[in-house]
Design a protein around this ligand. Sequence first.
Ligand code: URA
Length: 207
Amino acid sequence: MRQLHILEHPLIQNKLTHLRDVRTTNHEFRLLLEELTAFMVYEITRDYPLRPQSVTTPLEETTGFVLDVPVVLVPILRAGTGMLGGVLNLIPTAKVGHIGMYRNPETLQPVEYYSKLPPELPRARTILVDPMLATGASAAAAVDIIKREGGRSIQFLCLVAAPEGVDAFSQQHPDVPIYTAGLDRRLNEHGYILPGLGDAGDRIFGT
Ligand code: URA
């Protein structure tokens, strides 16, 4: 069973359209990506637990609420790092892990070359971020690593998903919900999403 959530908020769709536009510069792309990620994180954290905490206002003492769970963000290197600032603006206390993978040119399978995850992982809400869910292979392998290190409550956040990637990812990790701003048509023969937005890493970093 797949858990796919398409975030249809008008501000999310508006920003996604600007991100897709070939005329958007690298500088604009980075800013839009951070803003869009922040809107998406706002949507996907609605059920995070809170605990009461007393607070003194300039007038009196009252009870407020604060997050009652550690949050771990895990960008997949390299394009996932473009989404970091957007999440950290909203949840500055979040811890950040990193997972690096490259594709073996012979097997076409992702190979882990780096992973460093914070010790809070087993009791945290973990948000794995990567702008594009294409074949789904690297996202699924990243979830394998997070689970191997004790991660339990995982959400996968991307900007654009291909149906092929959604199916492959969901088969391997039916317990991990996917959140995306757009479910696109298909992958082309080079593994790019159509219509997509091109190579997200190149557009973020200007390579
Ligand atoms: N990675 C990208 O950056 N873009 C795609 O379309 C697919 C994978």
